[in-house]
Structure formats: C-alpha cells, structure tokens
Design a protein around this ligand. Structure first.
Ligand code: NAD
Length: 258
C-alpha cells in the first residue's frame, strides 16, 4: 500500500536474486514499497519471479563478473525507476573441497564471482549513489568471512575479502551519504546447501547443531537486509551484521536438552 512501506520510494538492485536469499529479499522489498531490479544468470527463474512481483520488479540478465553487464543492470534501475538507492551484492557460489583438492581454476572461479563481482558492483553503483547523496550497499559475506571452516579455502578467501572491502568502501563513501555494510549469514536453507547434500551431509542435522537448533530461512536474512536498506539503519556503516543462530558464538555444537 502506498505510503506505508519501510522502503517507499526506493529502488534496489539485487544480484543473484532469481532464487534463494536474493529472491526472498526481492519479495520482501517489493512488499515494503521498493522497486526492485533483480539480476541473475538463471534467466527462466528470474523472469518468473519478476512476473510474479509485477510492475515494481524487473529482471535483467546479469553476470556479476562482467563490468558491462553491471552497467546494463544499473541503467535498468535508474532508467526504469528513476533512482538507485540500494544495492545488495548477493550473488555467490560455493565449493566444498579440502585445500589440497582445490584447483587453481576452482579457486579463481569462486573469487571471481564472490569477490571480484562485489568490487565491480560497488564501483558500478557508486556514481549514481554519490551524485544523489544517498544509498545503502549491502554485501552478503558469510560466517565464512569471520571464521575458517575446513573445506572452504576459496570461499573463505572471497568472503573475508568482502568483509574488508566493505570497510574500505564505507570509509570512502560515507562523506557522500552512502552506507556500506556486510551481512554474515550462517546456515541458510537455500539451494546453495545442495552442495553439502551432494556430499552426503544431512543439512537439517547440521542445522540442529547450531545453538538456535535449526537452519535459517532466507527470510531471516531478508529482514536484516530490509533494516540495512531502510533509513532505520542511518547511523550504521562499515559494520558486520551476523545472522547465524549463534553459530560463531560457541565453540561446541549444541547438545540436546542443554
Ligand atoms: P543460491 O545458490 O540459492 O543463490 C545464489 C544465486 O546467485 C543463484 O541464483 C545463482 O544463479 C546466482 N549466481 C551465481 N553466479 C552468478 C553470477 N556469476 N552472476 C550472477 N548471479 C550468479 O544461494 P543463497 O544461499 O541464496 O546465496 C546467496 C548469498 O548468500 C551468496 O553470496 C552466498 O555465498 C551467501 N551465503 C549463503 C549461505 C547459505 O547457507 N545458504 C550462508 C552464508 C552466505
């Protein structure tokens, strides 16, 4: 309903939003009054979601490793909706493999999407946001940007980098009214967890090992992104926002009845 949403009048660009967390953020943002451009390389899923969300949402084919495709995505947002107020650098890929079995190509593939893609994204939106004197950039890192779980060498490298890059960008853009923060999700129930299931890991059981005792829903992360996208978070920049059910607070897995 016009005039009541927490994101009324704002336009958001969300990368990798055809499914998973990005899709949950797109749904929530539209319901809070934002116009949303979703990008992804999964065109069929992206088109379907944009159609479901109506005039307030548009899909653009957008590979985050391509500087040209970033330019197209940004002009879709500013051209169609008149401004660009929020970027969620959400697109990401994971590979679970011990360091000794991680090839140089695999390492660079992960870093290219998760790290280089975030650099290109921040750089692509900065001119429009600094010119407008406002903006919120939300970089989706991970608990793997705070700790170093085995089997995640390339992924951790990329997610720790995103945490640091967030702070650099926040320092450079704060004088222009643009805020930059990182979100560090724990175990979120999205198609990304299929990478664990494929290896025979029971992901629901993994969720039971988290202090809160379950996997997160994509919405648990989307609600935090909503706060950071809105003016309610006006004084937060360069900060790490953890949404992990207590995972990084405890060394020991949760025990039943404890
Ligand atoms: P997901 O696999 O459901 O979604 C990721 C999306 O990114 C997909 O739609 C995929 O097509 C898209 N994508 C991949 N490569 C791309 C590229 N080059 N250009 C554009 N889009 C591309 O996974 P998700 O869990 O929703 O992941 C969203 C973000 O959250 C990722 O950055 C991920 O690393 C991070 N994350 C996930 C978890 C988790 O437990 N699921 C935990 C911490 C952080």
């Amino acid at each position: 309903m016009a005039g009541l949403g927490r994101l009324d009048g704002k336009t958001a660009l969300i990368s990798g939003a055809a499914r998973g967390m990005g899709a949950a953020e797109a749904r929530l943002f539209v319901s809070e009054g934002a116009s949303v451009v979703i990008g992804d390389v999964l065109d069929a899923e992206g088109e379907t979601l944009a159609k479901e969300l109506g005039d307030q949402c548009a899909y653009v084919h957008h590979d985050v490793t391509s500087e040209n495709e970033w330019a197209v995505a940004v002009s879709e947002a500013t051209g169609r909706y008149g401004s660009l107020d929020v970027l969620i650098n959400n697109a990401g890929i994971v590979q679970i493999a011990p360091m000794m079995l991680t090839s140089a190509d695999d390492y660079m593939r992960i870093v290219n999407v998760n790290q280089f893609g975030v650099f290109l994204g921040m750089k692509a939106v900065a001119p429009a946001m600094t010119a407008a004197g406002r903006g919120s950039i939300i970089n989706i890192s991970s608990v793997a940007g705070l700790i170093g779980p085995a089997g995640h060498m390339a992924y951790c490298a990329s997610k720790w980098a995103v945490r640091g890059m967030t702070k650099v960008a926040s320092s450079e853009l704060a004088p222009f009214g643009v805020r930059v923060n990182s979100i560090h999700p724990g175990l979120i129930d999205t198609p990304m967890l299929d990478e664990y299931s494929k290896l025979g890991v029971d992901v629901q059981e993994m969720g039971q090992g988290v202090p809160i005792g379950r996997l997160a829903l994509a919405d648990d992360v989307a609600r935090l992104a909503l706060y950071l996208a809105s003016d309610e978070s006006a004084y937060s920049t360069g900060s790490e926002f953890v949404v992990d059910g207590g995972m990084t607070a405890s060394l020991a897995p949760r025990r039943p009845n404890s």
